[in-house]
Write a protein of this length. Structure first.
Length: 257
């Protein structure tokens, strides 16, 4: 399989971000609350959960519901501070075991995975029969303003363009991916969130602090031209004196049979 993302770079970025994650915790927690609200739509109570990549926004909320939580992350530091029993993911072969949990929550933990169908199969196998899979991930349209600004700016600032924003799946494909992985009753819908910044550079700092720095395998290893990011940020749409960025968050649910 062609490598789209650099697993080692993803791990490094999350490891460095562990010391700064508190700066973006309010955003991650607010988005996690939207995801975990879906638990109230079920008539089930859960005893054991896998928090996959939640960065401290999921495990405490599940523990408050009386759930025993294991927190998995590719970053040892992020796994240790996430709030559950830490589990370090060493590769895209997660090594989760079979039928260990009755709930798996992957809050923004899947979008740097090369083999997304394979990852979903592994997470489904980790669920007990009639266990619930609940996930959020950015889909096509997320950071679209930044992507367009970078492409336009780089065309003027250098002799070529390189991928600087992760490719995201289309929402229309998400339910199909769940079905392909063997989940029953797969559902995927989207919540669109507009983020606004008085200081455009705060967007880049938040992406870094969340461990979301560019980990596309084909990224340029050269330093970006000094003028690139100021020029790209100048292209972002402005509303009421603040730049606007779009997050399209897919919410995915499925059941293990």
């Amino acid at each position: 399989m062609e490598e789209i993302f650099d697993f080692h770079a993803v791990r490094q970025h999350r490891e460095r971000a562990a010391a700064r994650i508190g700066r973006v915790a309010p955003v991650l927690e607010a988005l996690a609350e939207r995801l975990l609200d879906r638990l109230d739509d079920t008539n089930r109570s859960f005893r054991s959960a896998l928090d996959f990549g939640g960065r401290g926004a999921v495990a405490p909320a599940l523990a408050a519901r009386g759930v025993e939580v294991t927190s998995a992350d590719s970053s040892p530091r992020m796994a240790a501070m996430a709030g559950g029993t830490p589990l370090v993911i060493e590769s895209e072969d997660f090594g989760l075991g079979v039928q260990k949990y009755d709930l798996v929550v992957a809050h923004f933990g899947l979008h740097w995975i090369n083999d997304l169908p394979g990852a979903l199969i592994q997470l489904r196998r980790a669920l007990q029969p009639e266990g619930l899979f609940l996930a959020s991930m950015p889909v096509l349209g997320t950071l679209g303003e930044l992507r367009a600004g970078l492409l336009e700016a780089e065309a003027f600032c250098s002799d070529g363009v390189s991928p600087r924003v992760s490719p995201f799946p289309d929402l229309r494909d998400c339910a199909g991916l769940l079905q392909r992985a063997g989940f029953a009753l797969p559902v995927a819908d989207v919540e669109e969130v507009s983020l606004r910044y008085a200081d455009p550079f705060a967007l880049l700092r938040e992406l870094r602090d969340a461990g979301e720095t560019n980990a596309v395998a084909a990224r340029s290893r050269r330093f970006a031209p000094r003028a690139l990011f100021p020029a790209a940020l100048a292209c972002l749409p402005v509303e009421d004196g603040r730049v606007r960025i779009t997050l399209r968050m897919a919410v995915m649910t499925g059941w293990a049979s």
